[in-house]
Structure formats: C-alpha cells, structure tokens
Design a protein around this ligand. Structure first.
Ligand code: AHM
Ligand code: MG
Length: 328
C-alpha cells in the first residue's frame, strides 16, 4: 500500500552471533557453553509449550532432594540440560536442584574448566496453569589450584563468570550477564534464534512495588512485618506470581523489590543460594540493583552445601535499602 511504513529492526543480531563475535575476549569455551545452555532452553521451551498436549503435566510421584514433589517437566528439563552440557568439553561439574549430589564430568586436567549450576525448571508447580516459569543458571570457574573438582560448585556468587535465566512466558526471554552488564534476548519463533532486544539493561532505581508471599506474614521475622506496615502506609502495590523467574523478570524491567524472607517452616528462606539467589543477584546488581540476605550481600555468602538456602531481598536499589533499613 502506498505510504505504508515498515518497522525494521536496524540492529538485528542474535545471541549466537554475539557469542561468536566476543568468544575470543571471554574465557576459552565460555561462549560455546552459553550457546549450549541457550539450546537446552529452546528445547525446554518447546516441551513447556506442548506439555498439556503431550500430557506431561503433573507429578512424577517422587520427591527431590529438597523434599519437594517433582513434576514430570522438572525431570525432562533436568535431563535435557544434563545431556546437552555433558557434550561440552569444558564442563567439569554440574549441580542441579533436581540432583542430590554434584556430578563430576571431568577434572581440570581433562579440560573441565567450568562448573554449571542450575534450576532446570523453576516455579514448576505453576506448569499446568500456564504461568511463566523458567530455567536459572550460574557458571563458576573450576580453578586450577582446586584438587577437589566437586568443591568448585561451592564458591561465592562474586566468582560467577556468567549467570542468567530463560523465562518461558508469553515470550521466551533469555536474560544474561557475563559480568559486564545485562543483555536481554527474546526467542523469535520464526527464526529459532534468541534475538537481542535490550543491551546494557538498567533497572529503575525505585518503584513502590513489593513481591512476596504475604500469606506467610505471621511467620516472618518482626523486621519484615515492620517493613510491610511501612509499605502499606506508603502507597505500595503488591505483585506476586509465585515463580521466581517471572517475578524477578518483572522486577528487573519495571522495578520494585522481590523478597523471600525466613519463615517458621523455612528459617533460612526457601530459595537456594547457588542456582537461584546467586545468578539472580548477579543479574540484578549488573543492572544497577541490589541483592541482600537482610544482613549482607547475597553474592558474598560463602557456601558450604550445594542445596543451601538463603533469605532473598533483591530489586531496585532504593527499595532494597528500604527493606534493609527495617532489619535489626
Ligand atoms: P521450586 O524451585 O521448587 O520451583 O521453588 C521455587 C519457587 C520460586 O519460583 C518461587 O519464588 C517460590 O518457589 C514460591 O514459593 P511459595 O509458594 O512458598 O511462595
Ligand atoms: Mg527453583
């Protein structure tokens, strides 16, 4: 039609193109590893989309190491990631929410220079209701001086070489940091590629939105109850999906604060340090936000156990400081 304006993305590029271009500036093998995680993410996205049709929603009938009921898609996603990563020659160690023990694939002397930690399908209790769920991952170095390969999974979040998540929602988004800012890609279903949509993402400094499971309020420590009283009187709004990836994605884009405080039944909070809190904290900090346990920076916690939990307060800098100011 005469005069029709066509919008064309001038700077069209994909995750794989960018990884190829910057591979030489990254630790050797890291670009290939991230590409492999993205491939597993595409594959999991397909499984999530077709879960109802292929009748793979629902529970497997066993509980995982966390004592939580495993969903069929938890198991499928875990296997997909494990098998994809096992083919990558630089992967030394895999640690997963769905695996009791750390899996050692190869030592450093055999080329294993990275440890990959992941929650294959976070928020999986939301699978059958069509809510956004996701894969969270963290990449750590398997250091030269280390003789205990499995122990390379137990490093503070400040050591992460890369971290990110894949959100399976109304769009499939991959949000990634390689320690120098945050980039967001969206899966173009026609191209089958993660296309860059935001480079050097910065999150808003403040936004009067809190995101937590308020039903547990009576079992939160007093300091969180005081914060909530303050928020109620100060014009805050609440948003809680109950899927960390979806809640953090919203927080990253729109601002606010996401919290999972200690509760009576989970005195250290529910979320796992190594493959939930740490990767999300690196992303949030790299986008200009803050991530706190309530008594310190999440990224500086020294882990002692692969499945250890931590309280989580992360989001816009001003909002996290507001929660912290109510801590003892
Ligand atoms: P999961 O790893 O077993 O899926 O559990 C983690 C999920 C997070 O996505 C979410 O933030 C949290 O559990 C919700 O917990 P709750 O139902 O207690 O509010
Ligand atoms: Mg999880």
């Amino acid at each position: 039609m005469a005069g029709q304006q066509y919008e064309i993305r001038e700077n069209l590029t994909s995750l794989d193109l960018r990884l190829r271009a910057s591979a030489a500036a990254m630790p050797e093998g890291l670009a290939e590893l991230i590409s492999a995680i993205a491939l597993a993410g595409k594959s999991i996205a397909q499984k999530v989309r077709r879960a109802r049709i292929e009748d793979v929603v629902g529970e497997v009938g066993v509980t995982n190491v966390q004592g939580e009921v495993q969903q069929k898609l938890d198991v499928i996603s875990n296997e997909l990631l494990k098998h994809t990563l096992a083919r990558i020659p630089s992967v030394a160690v895999i640690a997963s929410e769905e695996e009791e023990e750390v899996l050692v694939l190869r030592n450093r002397s055999d080329g294993g220079v990275f440890s990959v930690l992941f929650d294959p399908l976070d928020g999986s209790s939301n699978i059958d209701v069509g809510v956004g769920i996701g894969t969270i991952f963290s990449v750590l170095p398997n250091r030269e001086e280390s003789t205990d390969t499995a122990a390379s999974a137990l490093q503070p979040g400040t050591s992460q070489l890369a971290a990110g998540y894949v959100l399976y929602g109304s769009q499939v988004a991959l949000v990634l940091t390689i320690g120098d800012g945050v980039d967001m890609y969206v899966l173009d279903p026609c191209l089958g590629e993660f296309v860059l949509v935001a480079e050097g993402l910065r999150m808003p400094d403040r936004k009067k939105v809190y995101s937590l499971n308020e039903a547990y309020v009576d079992t939160f420590p007093e300091s969180y109850r005081r914060y909530l009283t303050h928020a109620h009187k100060s014009g805050y709004s609440g948003r809680y999906i109950g899927s960390m990836v979806a809640d953090v994605h919203r927080t990253l884009i729109k601002g606010g604060v996401f919290l999972y405080p200690p509760t009576e039944s989970n005195p250290d909070g529910k979320l796992r340090l190594l493959y939930e809190a740490n990767p999300m904290s690196l992303l949030i900090e790299q986008a200009g936000g803050r991530a706190s346990t309530g008594s310190g920076r999440i990224l500086q916690v020294r882990p002692t156990r692969v499945h250890q939990r931590t309280p989580v307060i992360l989001g816009s800098a001003v909002e996290v400081e507001q929660v912290e100011s109510h801590q003892p």
